[in-house]
Write a protein that binds this ligand. Structure first.
Ligand SMILES: Nc1ncnc2c1ncn2[C@@H]1O[C@H](COP(=O)(O)OP(=O)(O)O)[C@@H](O)[C@H]1O
Ligand SMILES: C[C@@](O)(CCOP(=O)(O)O)CC(=O)O
Ligand SMILES: [Mg+2]
Length: 387
């Protein structure tokens, strides 16, 4: 039995970090996916292990079912129909399982992904032998939500072969889950994100689950639809960083300066709400598309200024901002910052020559530029092996 799942990455148009502290944020899925292939061995294969192949980072793990039971029977609740949180005690058992697999020091950041995998797998499917292969179109640890896409795709694959959902496995092509099942899937993925991020807001797993564009605040989503074409240049500074550490840094700053940080978060809340209104309002005689694009660019710049106040910008991000500003283009970091990716709004009337010049200049600084389609499908699964 084999199933494939794919879940998209995301961009945050406004509100990262502040959303962890209760502010509104706006995010959209992008057409770069994390793919998971889950296969149960046939009885003749006589395999008694759970194998994980993380192709993007060149890591392979194999745990005997006996060892998994020994380490996790006491701390995890297999076949749990309600998503369960990984406790500190469970995390210790997960880390001993990963540590004993001679984990290379240079790839230590990936360990939390392996913990999330083990937690989701054993909680949803118990101690069943299987092989799981993960690949991604997304750069890892760059602000495009690879951790959430990873957790959403894993949860989708595991749930599809569990008793918690009922799916017609004879259907062909990419399938979507029912609304109630998406809610369950999203909750499981959030438990995985908690293992990777520490204190996630839930926006990344939610947009990866549902796709399209969402406004998100305090754990609840509102689906939104843009009336304007949104074209963003994504620049990957290639400066590695870790979301968990950056989110913790903002929380520490908030403890040191509660009043100013509350004002910063309130300002971000207003920016996200206004941005959401601008992108949803129809262009009319009174307000042209160009004016809407100018407003959106200005709101992105204001959000970037506040992200600097939170301490999550970086010299590489500032270089991208300075470069794009020379061409009068508005930019902001996306995701956790500290390096990673920057968004630059490409107005509809901007000539291809100017775009090519900006890209050339950014790439000459060692950055990587690309565009992605914004606001496509959320998580999907496929049983027929043809996709
Ligand atoms: N395809 C993948 N293979 C292995 N681990 C992954 C993959 N995608 C995400 N991860 C996990 O997510 C972490 C990156 O998450 P994070 O720091 O939140 O950055 P982002 O979500 O912006 O890419 C990685 O260090 C790893 O633990
Ligand atoms: C900084 C934050 O707002 C987004 C993090 O996104 P990413 O992991 O950098 O792709 C954290 C969160 O909302 O959970
Ligand atoms: Mg992440």
């Amino acid at each position: 039995m084999e199933v494939k799942a794919r879940a998209p990455g995301k961009i945050i148009l406004s509100g990262e970090h502040a959303v962890v502290h209760g502010s509104t944020a706006v995010a959209a899925s992008i057409d770069l996916f994390t793919h998971v292939c889950l296969r149960f061995p046939s009885q003749t294969e006589n395999v008694d292990a759970l194998k994980l192949h993380l192709k993007d980072v060149g890591l392979e793990f194999s745990w005997s079912i006996e060892r998994l039971k020994e380490a996790l029977s006491q701390v995890c609740c297999p076949f749990s129909s309600v998503p369960s949180s990984c406790t500190t005690e469970s995390l210790k058992s997960l880390s001993s399982l990963v540590d004993e697999q001679s984990f290379p020091e240079a790839k230590i950041g990936i360990a939390s992904g392996a913990y999330a995998f083990l937690w989701l797998y054993t909680s949803i499917l118990g101690f069943k032998p299987a092989t799981v292969v993960v690949t991604s179109d997304l750069p890892l640890g760059a602000g495009l939500g690879s951790s959430a896409a990873f957790c959403v795709a894993l949860s989708a694959a595991f749930l599809s072969l569990s008793n918690s959902v009922s799916l017609d496995v004879s259907q062909k092509g990419w399938l979507t889950y029912k609304e109630s099942e998406l809610e369950l899937l999203n909750k499981w993925a959030f438990e995985g994100e908690k293992i990777i991020h520490g204190k996630p807001s839930g926006i990344d797993n939610t947009v990866s689950t549902y796709g399209n564009m969402i406004q998100f605040k305090s754990g609840s989503l509102t689906r939104i639809k843009t009336t304007m074409p949104l074209k963003m240049l994504i620049t990957n500074t290639k400066v590695g960083r870790n979301t968990k550490a950056l989110v913790a840094g903002v929380s520490e700053r908030t403890l040191r300066h509660p009043d100013p940080m509350t004002s910063v978060f309130n300002a971000v809340d207003s920016i996200s709400k206004e941005l959401s209104t601008v992108i949803q309002s129809p262009a009319s005689d009174n307000i042209s598309l160009t004016e809407k694009e100018e407003k959106l660019g200005e709101l992105m710049e204001m959000n970037q200024g506040l992200l600097q106040c939170m301490g999550v910008s970086h010299a590489s991000i500032e270089t991208v901002l300075r470069t794009t500003l020379k061409y009068k283009l508005a930019s902001k970091l996306t995701g956790a910052g500290g390096g990673g990716c920057v968004l630059t709004l490409l107005p509809t009337l901007l000539s291809a020559t100017v775009v090519a010049k900006v890209v050339k200049e950014l790439e000459s600084s060692g950055f990587q530029c690309f565009t992605a389609t914004i606001g496509g499908e959320g998580v999907q699964i496929c049983f027929d092996g043809s996709s």
